[in-house]
Design a protein around this ligand. Structure first.
Ligand code: NAI
Ligand code: AKG
Length: 453
């Protein structure tokens, strides 16, 4: 580790105690930027990274609501407005009991670089709450969302900060949040993305993150003259990103054999077909059930419950060619990464944000795995959110084909930026450096132009 990185990390840890995920995200970027700082001391003297690390604004607020029994419940709400050098703050809202300041800061920090890579004018932000939508009635979710927006509305706006979905925030939640914003502000604007198609949403936004992660994988494979046809793929998660990753993989002739949720994973050796995926979509999006039910429905599948006492996840110990982690942060540790390499996995395209630990990333890079980090591979979601903002400004919706073509083009361009930047900075094939440096340069140059703000 260079002295620059050591000093920076000591300060980050001292100023942001008890935020391990944030430290991890900063360390990964700082290590890449050490290569840039050797050539461009102007970024170092202007303390660009030190400024990016400090959120422009953090809003933390009380979210009181009444449950179906009439009892008062209190959650904590957050919005991290991380960086607005290249556009309005943009990034999702996460509703999950694990949400805290450190997790949202890591996500907002990643978002700054990711949004820059999309080529669209979007700054970085993230928000959410420790509210758990699991097991709540629609009315409870609505009352929570209305209370959340009753504070959040002051801080956001179509040209200021545009939230969207993330874990636990899908079409239902965005609908309730948008309804409350419109009621309070008395205006119909593109203040949120991921909206319903009849009220300002964009076609392909629900599919975009998953499709994008697969397009990115196809680009990586093309560098070795390969395609996804016939590849055996591990997909984790079973929510929005996992579902549309699976859909696109099936379309391109790959075989998907796993899906998971926080309870455990299913392994279907025969492969998840279109019909089985429809079952998962109904199970997760409408009935809001557990993935375990897949193995009860389809006899070709085996369900393995999650075991917190194991030092690895047996799902990552299954023979396969490609992996698409699409659940949550740090779901692949060093041991998992070793198991994957041992079992033949030679491509990892991250649909989730930071699903691989620092040790896991090291294993992938040392073993020449085609490793697409989340901030590049899953940027398709926010990219189509950016396209939703464009359509809202024009008050003109685009066709499915138009949006999908633009998404493909953006993923191709992100891939090209990663490859060319990694090469320019002396680490060919290293998508981590390519994404970190490629995302950084645009933001850093904008910050230099705009003075010390
Ligand atoms: N929705 C989007 O457009 C984007 C999402 N992402 C990332 O993709 C990942 C998945 O998000 P979505 O599919 O949108 O959320 P979702 O709420 O639709 O699905 C989340 C999935 O992850 C699983 N999960 C959550 N916590 C878990 C845990 N602790 N252990 C095991 N499984 C767990 C859930 O059971 C569920 O299957 C997250 O890392 C998110 O930040 C990244 C870019 C955009
Ligand atoms: O669509 C968006 O604005 C946010 C997507 C998101 O939260 C992410 O890229 O992690």
């Amino acid at each position: 580790m260079s002295t620059f990185v050591e000093d920076l990390m000591a300060e980050v840890k001292a100023k942001n105690p008890n935020e391990p995920e944030f430290h991890q995200a900063v360390l990964e970027v700082a290590e890449s930027l050490a290569l840039v700082y050797e050539r461009h001391p102007e970024y170092r003297s202007a303390k660009i990274l030190e400024r990016i690390i400090e959120p422009e604004r953090v809003v933390m607020f009380r979210v009181p609501w009444l449950d179906d029994q009439g009892e008062v419940q209190i959650n904590r709400g957050f919005r991290i407005e991380m960086n607005s050098a290249i556009g309005p703050y943009k990034g999702g809202l996460r509703f999950h009991p694990s949400v805290n300041l450190g997790i949202l800061k890591f996500l907002a920090f990643e978002q700054v670089f990711k949004n820059s890579l999309t080529t669209l004018p979007m700054g970085g932000g993230k928000g959410g709450s420790d509210f758990d939508p699991k097991g709540k009635s629609d009315n409870e979710v609505m009352r929570f969302c209305q209370s959340f927006m009753t504070e959040l509305y002051r801080h956001i706006g179509a040209n200021t900060d545009v939230p969207a979905g993330d874990i636990g925030v899908g079409a239902r939640e965005i609908g309730y949040l948008f309804g409350q914003y419109k009621r309070i502000r008395n205006e119909f604007t593109g203040v949120l993305t991921g909206k319903g198609i009849n009220w300002g949403g964009s076609l392909i936004r629900p599919e975009a993150t998953g499709y994008g992660a697969v397009y990115f994988a196809a680009e990586m494979l093309a560098t070795r003259g390969e395609t996804l046809e016939g590849k055996v793929c591990l997909v984790s998660g079973s929510g929005n990103v996992a579902q549309y990753t699976t859909e696109k993989l099936l379309e391109l002739g790959a075989k998907v054999v796993t899906l998971s949720d926080s309870g455990g994973f299913i392994y279907d050796e025969e492969g998840i077909t279109r019909e089985k995926l429809d079952f998962v979509m109904e199970l997760k999006n409408l009935r809001r059930g557990r993935i375990k039910e897949y193995a009860e429905e389809f006899k070709s599948a085996v369900y393995t419950p999650a075991d917190p006492n194991l030092d690895h996840n047996p799902m990552w110990d299954i023979k396969a060619d490609c992996a698409f982690p699409s659940a949550t942060q740090n779901e692949i540790n060093g041991k998992d990464a070793e198991n994957m390499v041992k079992n033949g996995v030679f491509l990892v395209s991250e649909g989730a944000n930071m699903p691989t630990t620092i040790e896991g990333v090291r294993v992938f890079l040392e073993n020449n795995v085609l490793y697409g980090p989340g901030k590049a591979a899953n940027a398709g979601g926010v990219a189509v959110s950016g396209l939703e903002m464009v359509q809202n400004s024009m008050r003109l919706p685009w066709s499915r084909e138009e949006v999908d073509n633009r998404l493909r083009h953006i993923m191709k361009s992100i891939h090209k930026t990663c490859v060319e930047t990694a090469e320019r900075y002396g680490t060919p094939g290293n998508y981590v450096n390519g994404a970190n440096i490629g995302g950084f340069l645009k933001v850093a140059n904008a910050m230099l132009d705009q003075g010390v703000v």
